[in-house]
Design a protein around this ligand. Structure first.
Ligand SMILES: *Cc1c(COP(=O)(O)O)cnc(C)c1O
Length: 343
């Protein structure tokens, strides 16, 4: 089976498992896990922040970020269809009591759109805007990179208004590598940034928040409140450190493979795909009227040994990752083209 459902299916390599097995550990609640401490310092450095904090999952990192930066009743400005609204089973409302204002299109928005959505504090009816959250890369928009100029402008405008800026950077590594920028350039404009190790980097678990010492100290309390304060979590942190040392470069390959698949799909007349959206390791495309619908295409491809998700009645998402080779991607692209023929 060629599995293009998600980069989360990637499995720990033998080298990673060995690093985990030999990790030095201690009680992280007492600050005594050397492997966690090392990773936290290294990721803070990598992202140009004072401190960082280790989490079991990306959802918890997002939830902890929102809990740390907002109060119930606040409004958070976001892109259309962000993970924190679409994929966290209502957690932001349940945990933080906040509401969202979705702006822009295709996963990005500009400074003007942020300012138009911004509500100042103290108004008698409008909920105050206290956070602007950007997803980079944006999952539901097909792994697109947030334009650097715009995010710098948005974060500056936010800071001038005492609004916190947050980056859901579950795939920040992909954004940086694909745009040729430093991780810290992408992280720098934000007060708080998340990154994930359990996606394209192949770790079994692990996400982090990075920001100022003051914000990370506050976040540490909410991590515990959310049940994410662990003990000998160095076993997980060691996998993440291993991935930083050994799995990062592979992301370039994932990006090349996604372009390869996209170019093959473009040869089909029933595929509606904007190549400009294929910037990292995802391909999201629509099926024209003359093609079968998405469930049919998914089922047909599954029978031939390629699996992926439908993202709408006529929309499909493919994700490349380190556990599918270039040859498998070529094979998958050809098989997908063959199942797009009308019934
Ligand atoms: C996957 C993902 C998350 C959540 O990560 P989990 O580790 O699955 O909890 C958050 N944000 C984005 C953009 C993601 O793609």
């Amino acid at each position: 089976m060629i599995d293009l459902r998600s980069d989360t299916i990637t499995k720990p390599t033998a080298g990673m498992r060995a690093a985990m097995a030999s990790a030095e550990v201690g009680d992280d609640q007492f600050g005594e896990d050397p492997s966690v401490n090392y990773l936290q310092e290294r990721v803070a450095d990598l992202l140009g922040k004072e401190a960082s904090l280790f989490f079991p999952t990306g959802v918890m990192a997002n939830q902890c970020a929102l809990r740390t930066l907002t109060r119930p009743g606040d409004e958070v400005v976001v892109s259309k269809e962000p993970h924190i609204v679409f994929h966290e089973t209502g957690a932001s409302a349940a945990n933080s009591g906040i509401q969202f204002r979705e702006v822009g299109k295709r996963g990005t928005f500009n400074c003007k759109e942020f300012l138009a959505a911004y509500n100042a504090p103290g108004h008698i009816v409008h909920p105050p805007t206290t956070v602007v959250a950007i997803e980079n890369t944006h999952n539901r928009a097909g792994g697109v990179i947030f334009p650097q100029f715009e995010l710098e402008c948005i974060c500056r405008a936010a800071r001038e208004r005492n609004v916190y800026s947050y980056c859901d950077g579950a795939r920040l590594w992909n954004a940086a590598l694909a745009s040729g920028r430093e991780y810290s350039d992408l992280a720098k404009p934000f007060d708080l940034v998340s990154v994930a190790f359990s996606k394209g980097l192949g770790c079994p678990a692990g996400s982090m928040l990075a920001g100022s010492k003051e914000i990370i100290t506050r976040a540490t309390r909410y991590r515990r409140m959310l049940g994410g304060a662990m003990r000998q979590s160095g076993i997980l942190a060691a996998a993440c450190t291993y991935a930083l040392d050994n799995h990062m470069e592979q992301l370039h390959n994932d990006h090349k493979n996604a372009k390869l698949i996209a170019n093959t799909l473009m040869e089909s007349h029933v595929v509606d795909l904007d190549l400009a959206t294929v910037q990292t390791n995802m391909i999201i495309f629509d099926l024209k009227e003359s093609a079968p619908d998405a469930p049919t295409v998914v089922a047909r491809a599954q029978k031939l040994g390629v699996s992926f998700f439908e993202f709408g009645p006529r929309t499909i998402r493919l994700v490349t990752h380190r556990d599918v080779s270039t040859a498998q991607c070529v094979e998958a692209a050809n098989l997908i083209c063959s199942v797009l023929k009308p019934l």
